[in-house]
Write a new protein. Sequence first.
Length: 332
Amino acid sequence: MIPEQQPALTLRQAWHFVVAAESGTLAEAARRLHMAPSAISTSVAELERAVGSELLVKRRAKGVTLTATGREVLGMARDLLRLADSIAALSREDRSQLRGPLTVGCDITLGPTIIPAMLSDFARQCPGVEVDFVEGFHEDVQERLLAGALDVAFVYNAAVDPALTTVALATAAPHVLLPEHHRLAESATVRLADIAEEPLVLFDSPPLGGRVLQLFQEARAVPTVRHRSRSYATVRSLVAVGRGIAVLYQQKALEAPYAELGVRLRPLSVRGALARPVQVALAAPRSTRPSVRARAWIDVALELFTGDGAADGAPSGGADGAAGAAGAAGAG
């Protein structure tokens, strides 16, 4: 139904409100929007008058907090901005003309190999989009996506919340990380039977930590877990000093920098369902349509990691939405 009177609120007010709510402080919102904090405050106050209710509670030195009405309006304002982006995108074919913020999430183990390449390629194609990225563990990134704090995120396509939709980008195969002077350091491949008695340094973060233990279970081997860590860097360092071996899901192409750390990466020869590589994917909330900036990020990722572009710039309903998984990108 079309309103008979001109709406009292503006897209600019909605934009300033959303950025302020997501930033946590007016000062940070002003930094992201290159405006004065007083201008952000005035814009939010105008929106509050239009709504007829307080949306943000401002506390000195504690930033801003959403009221109950503010939380409801935040979701509506996000939807409004996405629709405005979609309308503008109908006549916008040049990515270089895109403007505005984009918040991207990334599984912390994928960050070192995916984020630098993506930021460089995306900045070249979409110089007007301000990208912030947030790293976190698998479950943390998914929670942020579902809460609306992230537009899109790189995740492992395993144990993904059904409320998220994904598009596959690359694969990460199981490899064994060994000290550089290990007896198997120069082997072409390593079997689980070869390392079953070795102490294990377990990367203890879902979904990969559990998958590693399942590999041993499927091979009817009981690993001796000497150390557990949620840091890839710590796992690599412990292996380098001889505290054990590790099983990681990543690419052999990453062996060069590992050699400098005193470790070697060798393909793990396994059989059965778990022998399949883990897919690296982009995820977005299933319930909302990605903004035009998020769709541009998805397209650039597809071009960079698979050599394909999405038909409509949005994720598919599953891994099959991408043209296969490419092994050109590493994991971790």
